[in-house]
Design a binder for this molecule. Structure first.
Ligand code: SAM
Length: 250
């Protein structure tokens, strides 16, 4: 098993997604047997490698050769390299790359913000999923992003984000768009998938002081418990940094 590269804060940020994924994939595997997972925009393997370590076969499609090289190194270190395949490509091209109706689960985390057209990317996800397959979609929350810009002292950007029709900023912005939960669920449904549960991710994880995480060994467990307590409460989901939606291909 590779060394755990996650800092306490990263572990808190991803705890809800991981717990939802572990349960969902185990349910899928109990129904269909060995799962084939496609991680679109899987980058350096932050999800793909731990999933392979759990015994799942994972294909990562990503346009970045540097990320794919890092994925290969990380996979080799993990001892689960035989279960991981990296392919260079774009989200909208995944049907051509891996085949229609060919995978049991798709992971698309922090990618819809940067693709040319999220509707096309979601259409491709629907195209590669077998009937009964599941998609795990994670995307930036527009409200959470606005709060983050304020916390960073970027008040003009926060105002611009509130006024923007699609969660974009004009300049100096690493993301092309952010989502509301209803907007994201509508996009997923328009692609022919059925949105299931929704979760707020990173409701508190970005706000706990680093000094607390550094000195109190209990703080990480407490922070993860807080993330779980808030993840399905609409009032807290509204201010989360990211939105997670599970969707079925029925
Ligand atoms: C913020 S990273 C997320 C990485 C990983 N999914 C995660 O959650 O840790 C965004 C990833 O999307 C990839 N990406 C950018 N444009 C893409 C596209 N059009 N199709 C698929 N992936 C893309 C980038 O190369 C990068 O690896």
């Amino acid at each position: 098993m590779a060394a755990d590269r996650r800092t306490p804060r990263t572990a808190a940020r991803t705890a809800v997604v991981w717990d939802v994924l572990r349960v969902t994939l185990a349910e899928q595997a109990s129904q269909v047997g060995a799962l084939q997972i496609l991680d679109i925009g899987g980058g350096t393997g932050g999800f793909a490698v731990p999933l392979a370590e759990l015994g799942y076969r994972v294909t990562v499609v990503d346009p970045s050769p540097d990320s794919l090289a890092a994925l290969e190194r990380r996979a080799a270190e993990s001892g689960a390299a035989a279960l991981i395949q990296g392919l260079q490509g774009d989200a909208v091209g995944v049907v051509d790359l891996v085949g229609a109706d060919s995978v049991d689960a798709v992971i698309c985390h922090s990618v819809l913000e940067v693709v040319d057209d999220p509707a096309d990317a979601l259409g491709a996800i629907a195209g590669v999923l077998r009937a009964g397959g599941v998609a795990s979609i994670l995307a930036a929350n527009r409200v959470g992003a606005t709060i983050a810009w304020v916390s960073a002292g970027r008040l003009a950007e926060a105002r611009e984000l509130i006024a923007s029709a699609d969660g974009t900023l004009a300049a100096g912005d690493p993301l092309r768009r952010r989502f509301t939960l209803s907007g994201l669920r509508d996009l997923i449904a328009a692609a022919g998938l059925t949105p299931r549960s929704s979760h707020g991710v990173r409701v508190f994880a970005d706000h706990a002081p680093q000094s607390l995480l550094d000195i109190d060994p209990q703080a990480l467990d407490d922070l993860i418990a807080l993330e779980h307590a808030a993840a399905e409460d609409p009032a807290y989901v509204a201010v989360a940094s990211s939105l997670h939606v599970l969707a079925d291909n029925r």
